[in-house]
Design a protein around this ligand. Structure first.
Ligand code: PEP
Ligand code: MN
Length: 338
């Protein structure tokens, strides 16, 4: 951390800052530039809050030099983490993970039809919401408990693993009991109570990026799960809010290499929520693979026009099959396989 003093800061103010640094068990390194004094701070371990210095008299600015996240940081954990979703691995190796399924589980027939076709096309994990975080309380909220039996039936028949969203502590319990992976949605990325509860379970967690979260905030949110003793976190880029209106969100693919640089956690990309339009999904899924993602998550529906949520961004089954045929060539170009 660097503490920049104001140009008119007095020697007493500089000494007060240095002694506050010492009080905290850290070492101050006063430096004099031509226009002002700067105090370098060494010895910090656990995410020191810059605010402890910014309020001191004579301080102009505090600059953090290390990242605020710890357990998610590659700095402290060099090797890539591999997450195991009941035998389906995500991260490190060559193999890409494809998660596919409807936005919401709607009926047994719908889930089974989609499960059979995505499995046949090469997906290994099925997605689908039982508890839906809808913008309006009047929109379809999900099948809740009633969908659990349907999910179990589809799992038994296809052998697919299932990831579904937990909205709160009650739904989290159900997801932990019945699904293979817990999804924490964009709207809950900073629901720290929920993150801690997910961290206390042994189930892998899919942590979607908040719609206006920086990479730093996202990785620091991952620390909440990791710090409770659950090392199994997969990040999911799902688009962020920008001024652009041609897509539902702006899919930030540049975050993939940035995550790879700063973190050891696997990252997958969701171009369905990331674009909002089904025709944009296959090209952005291919781009995500090219960018180095460890997998993709896409919405697929057997009858998108009748979907109870996110029909416009759900791929037709044929579109999904076609996309799955295109992935291997791109994967191969970047040293991966499907
Ligand atoms: C979803 O995956 O269905 C979903 C609601 O996603 P997000 O949390 O990214 O909006
Ligand atoms: Mn959706």
């Amino acid at each position: 951390m660097l503490i920049l003093m104001k140009s008119n800061a007095s020697a007493e103010q500089l000494e007060a800052v240095a002694s506050r640094v010492r009080e905290l068990g850290l070492t101050p390194h006063p430096l004099q530039s031509s226009s002002r004094s700067v105090v370098g701070v060494t010895g910090e371990r656990n995410g020191l809050d810059p605010a402890v210095f910014s309020a001191l008299a004579g301080v102009s600015k505090v600059v953090r030099l290390s990242v605020p996240f710890k357990l998610a940081a590659r700095e402290f954990h060099e090797d890539d983490t591999v997450v195991d979703v009941n035998g389906v691995t995500i991260g490190a190796g060559q193999k890409l993970c494809v998660m596919a399924g409807p936005c919401s589980f709607e009926s047994e027939e719908q889930v089974l039809t989609i499960a059979r076709t995505v499995k046949q096309a090469g997906a290994t994990v099925m997605r689908g919401g039982l508890f839906k975080p809808r913008t309006s309380p009047f929109s379809f909220q999900g099948l809740h408990e009633d969908g659990v039996r349907i999910m179990q039936r589809a799992r038994e028949e296809t052998g697919l693993r299932f990831v579904t969203e937990a909205l709160d502590e009650r739904s989290l319990e159900l997801v932990i009991e019945h699904a293979d992976m817990i999804q924490i949605g964009a709207r809950n990325m900073q629901n720290f109570t929920l993150l801690k509860k997910a961290g206390q379970s042994k189930k892998p967690v899919l942590l979607k990026r908040g719609m206006s979260a920086t990479l730093e905030e996202w990785l620091t949110a991952a620390d909440y799960v990791l710090s409770e003793g659950n090392p199994q976190v997969v990040l999911c880029e799902r688009g962020i809010r920008t001024f652009a209106t041609h897509t539902r969100n702006t899919l930030d693919l540049s975050v993939v290499p940035a995550v790879k640089e700063l973190s050891h956690l696997p990252i997958i990309v969701d171009p369905s929520h990331g674009t909002g339009y089904r025709n944009y999904v296959p090209p952005m899924a291919l781009a995500a693979v090219a960018a180095g993602a460890d997998g993709i998550m896409v919405e697929v529906h057997n009858d998108p026009a009748q979907a109870k949520s996110d029909g416009a961004q759900s791929l037709f089954i044929e579109q999904f099959q076609q996309m799955m045929k295109q992935i291997p060539a791109v994967a191969e170009a970047v040293g991966r396989t499907l």
